[in-house]
Ligand binder design. Structure first.
Ligand code: ADP
Ligand code: MG
Length: 332
């Protein structure tokens, strides 16, 4: 069964567990009868109250992220859809297997890994995945250097990800080197694992939008195996500053007015001169973490200090970092 959502997302439903429960239904007529009987649907759901609590907490975590409106909406859709599919199965309504392999398009630091991690936990609560943990890999973890090496490397990573999500960052690089490259073997091995362990592993391919689109064009068989596509746009300066505030608050620090002002200005400048490797929220995280170390250095030899001072990141703490050698900066 195919269903197109508001964002043009196409779900292909295929879930063995749902199939099992469907097999239990005796005839189509029985199912029709079951539908007409009114039953208290929500209570019928086999998600316990504790699991609902965990789900709400995970959705809260998602909401807490700055921006990402469409991503959030799509994740809510996936969650609702999975849950309703399960309830439908309880009423013997038609539902095929859920295919939840995904492609995440977006630049570095746009929240792809963060969202994948939340999704994994969510799908575990919904019992779509046994464990829901996330194993993040890249080309070097999957592609070997001699015959047989690639299959072995892939198997190792698949084994680690079993029960959860295998997140392949910069997945387009698997196609690097063309036909003779071992990357192709890695793709084939992954596709086979997706078939063999349909209900135990979800594969997410992530990477820059253009590169991922090119990758899918050169591997046309792949697109249909990954029915869910999420786009992670770059953050604007407002959002980046909000992320900075969130990050410092989480660490029990705060930005002085001057520090926030300086940071806003700096981020606007960076956005204007945006480089290809602009790292969005990761850039902010680097600034915050370095500013915290600068503040420590500024305060460490003082004999008198207050609680407020221990919390405050001043303009000078942020400023010094921003003025550091940029090459150095991007890499850390
Ligand atoms: N929308 C957001 N709100 C708050 N923090 C964010 C947001 N997006 C990313 N971050 C933070 O930025 C850092 C990089 O995010 P990450 O998910 O690793 O990005 P990606 O996988 O796209 O490179 C992480 O510390 C993450 O918590
Ligand atoms: Mg990542």
């Amino acid at each position: 069964m195919k269903q197109t959502t508001r964002f043009g997302l196409t779900f292909t439903l295929e879930n063995n567990r749902l199939k099992e429960s469907r097999a239990k239904s005796e005839t189509a007529q029985d199912s029709a009868k079951a539908v007409t009987k009114s039953q208290p649907a929500p209570q019928e759901s086999d998600i316990s109250a504790a699991e609902q609590d965990n789900l709400s907490q995970l959705l809260g975590e998602l909401e807490h992220l700055v921006g990402l409106t469409k991503v959030k909406e799509l994740v809510r859709e996936i969650r609702a859809y999975v849950e309703i599919s399960r309830r439908r199965a309880q009423f013997n309504l038609k539902s095929d297997n859920l295919v939840l392999h995904m492609i995440f398009y977006g630049n570095p630091g746009t929240g792809k890994t963060t969202v994948a991690r939340i999704l994994g936990k969510m799908l575990a609560e919904l019992k779509v995945l046994p464990k829901g943990h996330l194993i993040e890999v890249e080309r070097a973890d999957l592609v070997g250097e001699f015959i047989g090496h690639t299959a072995q490397k892939c198997r190792e990573q698949i084994k680690k990800a079993m029960g959860g999500i295998l997140f392949i960052d910069e997945a387009y690089s698997l196609a690097r080197g063309g036909e003779k490259d071992f990357g192709k073997e890695a793709i084939d091995t992954l596709v086979k694992a997706m078939e063999d362990y349909k209900t135990e592993i979800i594969v997410i391919l992530a990477g820059y939008e253009k590169e991922m689109e090119r990758f899918l064009r050169t591997n046309p068989g792949l697109r249909s195996r990954f029915p869910i596509h999420l786009h992670f746009p770059d953050y604007n300066s407002e959002e980046l500053l909000e992320i900075a505030h969130l990050m410092v608050t989480e660490r029990q620090y705060q930005l002085s007015v001057g520090a926030a002002e300086y940071l806003r200005h700096y981020l606007e400048e960076q956005l204007e001169a945006k480089q290809a490797n602009f790292s969005n929220a990761r850039l902010v995280r680097n600034i915050v973490e370095k500013a915290i170390r600068r503040q420590a250095l500024r305060l460490v030899n003082r004999r008198l200090y207050s609680r407020d001072e221990l919390m405050l990141l001043r303009r000078e703490d942020v400023k010094q970092i921003a003025e550091e050698d940029e090459d150095n900066f991007w890499q850390t």
